[in-house]
Design a protein around this ligand. Structure first.
Ligand code: NIG
Ligand code: FE
Length: 415
């Protein structure tokens, strides 16, 4: 394919136009161009308009033409919260949960994250790569063009670094961009049971500087939760991470209301994620800040927990993002269609809000709102074509992918 592409005849060109997170009512405005077209050169969006405007200005013969043929065209989705790289699976644990066991109880008796830590420590880099590539293929088929991936199944120096190195290699080997997050504070490893403070010090002194020096991660995340890491421990780790140049994310107020949303605002985190139990004050504070409130409805669904108050957050003025939380425990799915279904049907987001949450707000949640997340001049040409004429088919076709083609950096990578 030529490095000059013309996409024409998009029944709806859903640009999601914008260069920063959208808050509250702004989330409803998708900036749709009827019968739209896009010019892409060298992987970058060069012009956007109606097909008529574009064809009047550019010579069709000079471009590789993708005729959207009356279908809807949108920016690629940004899955801003996943635990992409891990060894082993926990299907047995899932069956225990169906029987009534609680996620945190399984974790307390040494299962849960600890079980994935064992398998990930044992896995070779090649095994992790092979599994990672398959997962990225699956994500791409759902229209994901950028994914965030966390470490946190090593909980020792060697394996945390191994996970991040694999994520880096995955980024190089696959069209989907992988944004790396260091999450050494995902759980307290067996070796440090009862010595949580010492474990936080170990991460701060021994792992974090290495991650930062080698530029292995852009973000630092922590599981701030009852019986995992306290507000004080999370604050200590994240403050240090910020000091040495990492941006911040927090697994906040997932099971218990600890004040994780408030902490995210206090520290200037890029996102606060989960938020099932976020307080009224936390929601208000997020609304007045630049923190993206990233909601993960597939996790609530898989854990049979009640959903985060997404509707209220948007009505209060928050910038809400949506993501899968793909991981081997609480939420083993890379399904964007499931995220849409739950966000719209269970959390009462409008279709427009859900799309914003998975495009420009997802991009903002990985600090990339100026490069991706919308079809705007100068941005990367990460574009999807649906098999239907309207974006409204996305949640309407419940649980099924509506994505027919994916263009990544101006190249057709899924058809
Ligand atoms: O985001 N809550 C903590 N971390 C993950 C689950 C990880 C796991 O169970 O392996 C989450 O849900
Ligand atoms: Fe998570």
């Amino acid at each position: 394919m030529k490095n000059k592409i013309l996409i024409k005849n998009a029944s709806e060109l859903v640009t999601c136009s914008g260069f920063k997170a959208k808050h509250g009512s702004e989330m409803s405005d998708l900036h749709v161009i009827n019968d739209g077209a896009v010019i892409v050169e060298d992987g970058v969006i060069k012009a956007v308009g109606t097909t008529e405007e574009i064809l009047n200005k550019y010579k069709e013969a000079e471009y590789s033409v993708i005729d959207a043929g009356g279908k809807a065209v949108l920016p690629g989705f940004v899955d801003s919260h996943t635990h992409l790289v891990f060894g082993g699976y926990r299907a047995e644990e899932f069956s225990w949960r169906l029987r009534g066991d609680k996620y945190m109880d399984i974790m307390k008796r040494g299962g849960g994250i600890a079980s994935s830590v064992k398998s990930t420590r044992e896995a070779s880099k090649q095994e992790l790569m092979e599994a990672g590539l398959k997962r990225l293929n699956s994500m791409l088929s759902f229209g994901v063009t950028t994914v965030e991936g966390k470490s946190g199944y090593g909980l020792d120096f060697e394996t945390e670094i191994k996970q991040l190195e694999v994520a880096k290699e995955l980024n190089d080997a696959h069209p989907v961009d992988v944004v790396r997050t260091f999450m050494g504070a995902h759980a307290v490893p067996q070796e440090y049971k009862g010595r949580e403070d010492e474990y936080i010090d170990f991460i701060i002194e021994s792992v974090l500087p290495n991650v930062a020096d080698k530029k292995l991660a852009e973000f630092c995340d922590v599981f701030c939760e009852d019986n995992v890491f306290s507000i004080e421990q999370s604050r200590k780790l994240l403050s240090k991470a910020k000091e040495i140049g990492l941006a911040l994310k927090i697994h906040a107020d997932e099971i218990v209301q600890l004040g994780g949303a408030e902490l995210a605002v206090e520290l200037g985190a890029v996102s606060a994620d989960h938020l099932l139990q976020a307080s009224d004050e936390g929601i208000k504070a997020m609304a007045e800040s630049s923190v993206v409130a990233t909601l993960l409805p597939c996790t609530a669904f898989s854990l049979k927990e009640s959903y985060a108050r997404g509707r209220e957050m948007i009505d209060s003025g928050c910038a809400v993002g949506l993501a899968t939380d793909f991981n081997p425990g609480s939420c083993f799915t890379e399904s964007i269609p499931l995220v849409f279904a739950l966000a719209c049907i269970q959390m009462n987001l409008s279709i427009e809000e859900a799309i914003t949450a998975l495009t420009i707000n997802g991009a903002a949640a990985v600090n990339r709102a100026e490069e991706i997340g919308s079809i705007d001049i100068g941005k990367k040409a990460d574009i999807i074509i649906l098999e239907f004429p309207s974006y409204k088919f996305i949640p309407y076709h419940v649980g099924v992918s509506t994505v027919e083609k994916v263009i990544k950096n101006g190249e057709l990578v899924f058809d």
